[in-house]
Structure formats: C-alpha cells, structure tokens
Ligand binder design. Structure first.
Ligand code: PGA
Ligand code: MN
Length: 492
C-alpha cells in the first residue's frame, strides 16, 4: 500500500548538503517548505534548484512551498544575546530603544505601533508562551509590564497577545518582496502568515498574480480573528494550515485539538486542502525516536482527515531529520490502514456548479462502489483530483498532467499521485491506451484490473473534464520473436 497522507518538511541549517536533502526526499517528503523568516536568498535558490534536480533523479514529484514571514511581532536584540527574567520583576517593551540594546530591564520592539495596540491588563506571551508578561501601563512608546512567568528571553522572540487582536497588517513590505521571489522561482504554494480575514488572502493572491505566479495560496490559521472568519478564509484559499504554534499561544493550547478537527473538516467540506503543522515530532529534534504522544498526534491528524502533516524544526534544525520523516511516514501509513470508515459515499445534497466537479464526484461514486484498483484523472489544473480526494476512499488517484504547476499542486492532496505525461503528443483515440500502458509498465496497475478514468473532450484545456470511463488494463502484447519461435497459432 502507498501512503496517502502527504509530508511537508521545512528546510533549514540541518539540510546543508544535497545528499541530506536527497535522503529526506527519498524518506517520503512530498512538499518542501522554505521558511522566509530564516536564511538567505542564495540558500533558498539553492534549495529550490536542488529539490527539482533530486525529484527528477528519483523520478518523483516534490512540491515547493514558500512560507512568508508575515507580521510576526518580535522583541529586538539584547546586548548579551539573551536575558533571564524573574517572575514578579518589572520589564519594559520599548519601541524607542535601539535594536540591539536590550537588557534585564527593557528591550526594543520592531513593531513600533504595539504600544497603541495593547492596554493595561493585557497578557503578552513571548517565545510561544515560555515567558508571560502582564501589561501594567503604557507611557508613550514604553509598555510597562510585570513578569508573570519568568524564563530566558533571547533575541527576536515572538510576541503574541492572549485573545488576539493585534492590528498588524498581514502582508509586510518583506512579504511583498518575497512574493516576487516566489513568482520568479515558480513555486507551487505560498503560505500567508497571520491573515485576519478573507481580504488578506485575496490581497496576497492579487500580488502573486500581478507578479506572474499561479501558485496556490495557503492561509495559515494562527490568529483568533482567522478562526472567527474560518469559512470565508477557506473559500478564498487553495489550502489552509492548522498553524498550532501561534494559534495555541493566542487561543490557549487546550483549545487546539477541537479547533484542529473543525479546521480540517471545514476545509474538506469546502473542497480545500489542509496541512496540520507544528510540534508534531518535536522531541525528534534531539531524539531518534518519537514520544508515544507524538505518534498519537500524527495518527490523529490522519484520522481527522488532514491532507498533510508538517515538520518544522524537526527537519530544519534537528539532529534526526531523516528519521523524523521516516517515522512520520510509517505512522501515517498505519493510521490510514486502521481507519475503519475509509470508504464513504459522496453523500452530497449540494448542487454542483461545474461539470468537472460533477464528473469528479461521479468518478468517486463509481470507483468506491465498483471495486476498481485506481482512478486516473487526465488533468490540466489538478482541480479534478482535489475534488476526488475530498471523498474518503482507499483507491489511489493518479493525476496525469503535462503542467508542472498542476503536478506541484497535487503533491499536497491526500491520496493523489501526480505523474508527468503530455497527452497532447498523442491522438485522441490512443491517449487512454498510452496512459494505461505507461502505468502498467511502471507496475502501478496490472493487466486485468479495472480502472476509472476521467478526461476532457478538448485535450489540453483547463476545467473541461467531461468524460468518465471504466476500462480494463490490457495484457502486454506477446513478445513477437518468441511467438514466432513457438510456431503459428501458438500466440492465440
Ligand atoms: P510558523 O507557523 O512556524 O511560521 O510560526 C506555524 C505555526 O505557527 O504553527
Ligand atoms: Mn506561526
């Protein structure tokens, strides 16, 4: 059985040679994530080129996701790199203090309007809640706080307000430059950090389109406001991310499991993909095996119906990046197998707006109830396979496309396997035979197996899937010299 749930792995200093990147991809990474909060442009270009070269070498498809930094509100730097804050002491967040002048008493902030955003009584969580401050009073550009939970605070750690509500714009100047970078390098997905509303996502897409990119937009759900506007945000996105790091800080970590389930089920219901992210295998940063709690977390995300599970520091800066991917792959595979409600009918009362969507649903209905071995979608944009993969099934969906962007998009969809083939090189009547022969010769399907195929009448145009066929894979033709050896009549 082939794993259906996809793995997204973040690149970072631990992935510092082409060899280790190749090991990571060979271990099962479907999408690499380039985090724009860290690293240099030269490193990123290198990773993109290496990923593409390795994917070609391994004859596989690997999607590339650029994750924008967003308006993460951070403290600036300390004179000594870090300080120890003691519970009960006073501490000042000072927008007027120079960038590198932080001490035990005060530190600068790069988001200069923070003092007008917060009020006395607010709880500020620093470094994902490892240090907690309570706002006592605001004096000009200084936020006077009391330390409610002390600890080490080092350079550039994030600040969240419990309950959300900080007004920072979702797309910073840097994000806008990084969108141009993503467009230039034709990446498959761009993830938008800290969107507050559907309008933020729409704005991101407009910037991408005007930079000439067709990348899918992933909205990271990591603010209270985004949870409140969940459906509207999902509808204008191609995928969403359950960004448990920042979301857990803003909303309280105990709320996360229920919200994760809600985000996944709404994304699926609205025909969008979804990634579950952050701390999935956190202990594997320093350990070659996961904790039992982490095993359960990954398995439960699979059972919730996520398209993909994500690794952050585990692969970016951990000591066991390849083992983290291997463990995750194994957990996904076993969780998928043990799912008892694997096959469900597309019980949908909805009125389909598009012919290709109706065809995708019809294909799944036929496949799930007829007992076929594979579903093949000849697709220009990959949209047909996304609809298909919203229906629970254990039948693999092969998305055949000549379009690299469509194949890149499909790397994220659960149960969908992108394959490159340019069907416009063939005559209409021979296409299905060419595709089946290719898959049979690669051992993906076997002679005698029944397959569901969808395609469009007008080859090579997006959104034109209008045909559903059930076909049986033919046996390979008899080897000609051999049949001659056997004499006439022996080959019939
Ligand atoms: P980040 O996003 O890793 O970019 O912060 C994910 C999260 O917040 O969980
Ligand atoms: Mn985040």
């Amino acid at each position: 059985m082939v794993r259906r749930t996809k793995i997204v792995a973040t690149l970072g200093p631990a992935i510092n040679t082409e060899d280790i990147l190749q090991q990571l991809i060979a271990a099962g990474v479907n999408v690499v994530r380039i985090n724009m909060s860290h690293g240099t442009a030269a490193e990123r270009v290198h990773w993109i080129e290496q990923t593409r070269a390795i994917a070609r070498r391994l004859n596989t498809e690997v999607g590339i996701l650029v994750d924008l930094q967003g308006p993460k509100i951070r403290v600036s730097r300390f004179k000594s790199g870090k300080v120890q804050l003691v519970t009960g002491q006073q501490f000042i967040l000072d927008a007027d203090l120079a960038n590198d002048q932080g001490t035990e008493q005060a530190v600068g902030i790069d988001y200069k309007t923070l003092p007008t955003d917060v009020h006395s009584g607010d709880i500020l969580l620093l470094d994902d809640g490892r240090v907690v401050l309570e706002v006592k009073k605001i004096e000009g550009k200084k936020i006077h706080c009391q330390v409610n939970l002390g600890g080490v605070l080092s350079n550039n750690k994030g600040i969240n307000r419990q309950g959300g509500g900080l007004s920072a714009q979702a797309l910073t100047q840097k994000d806008q430059q990084d969108i141009v970078f993503a467009a230039q390098h034709e990446v498959d997905y761009v993830a938008l950090s800290f969107p507050r509303s559907a309008a933020d996502v729409v704005h991101c897409r407009e910037l991408l389109v005007s930079a000439g990119s067709k990348a899918g937009v992933i909205a990271k759900i990591e603010r209270v406001e985004a949870v409140d506007a969940l459906d509207e945000i999902i509808k204008v996105s191609d995928a969403v991310m359950v960004a448990r790091g920042d979301l857990g800080v803003e909303i309280g970590f105990a709320e996360l499991p229920a919200i994760q389930k809600r985000i996944i089920s709404r994304a699926r219901a609205l025909d969008r993909a979804v990634i579950t992210a952050t701390q999935m295998m956190e202990s594997m940063i320093d350990s070659p095996i996961p904790t039992r709690a982490e095993v359960s977390d990954v398995a439960n995300a699979v059972l919730d119906g996520t398209d993909a599970v994500m690794l952050s520091a585990e692969t970016a800066s951990g000591h066991y990046p390849v083992q983290a991917v291997e463990s995750m792959a194994e957990i996904c595979l076993v969780a998928e197998r043990q799912k008892d409600n694997q096959v469900s009918l597309p019980i949908s009362a909805e009125q389909f707006e598009r012919v290709d969507q109706a065809l995708a649903m019809a294909a799944m209905y036929a496949a799930n109830n007829l007992g076929v071995k594979a579903i093949i979608a000849l697709t220009e944009s990959g949209a047909t396979t996304l609809w298909m993969s919203r229906v629970n099934s254990d039948i693999p969906i092969y998305g055949i496309s000549r379009n690299p962007m469509a194949r890149g998009r499909m790397t994220l969809y659960r149960g969908v396997y992108p394959i490159e083939l340019d069907i416009t090189n063939y005559k209409r009547w021979e296409i299905i035979r060419v595709v089946l022969t290719m898959l049979r010769d690669q051992g993906i399907v076997q002679a005698g197996e029944r397959i569901v195929v969808t395609r469009g009448d007008a080859t090579g145009i997006e959104g034109f899937t209008n045909t559903l066929k059930v076909v049986t894979v033919e046996a390979p033709p008899p080897n000609l010299p051999q049949s001659r050896d056997l004499g006439e009549g022996a080959s019939s």
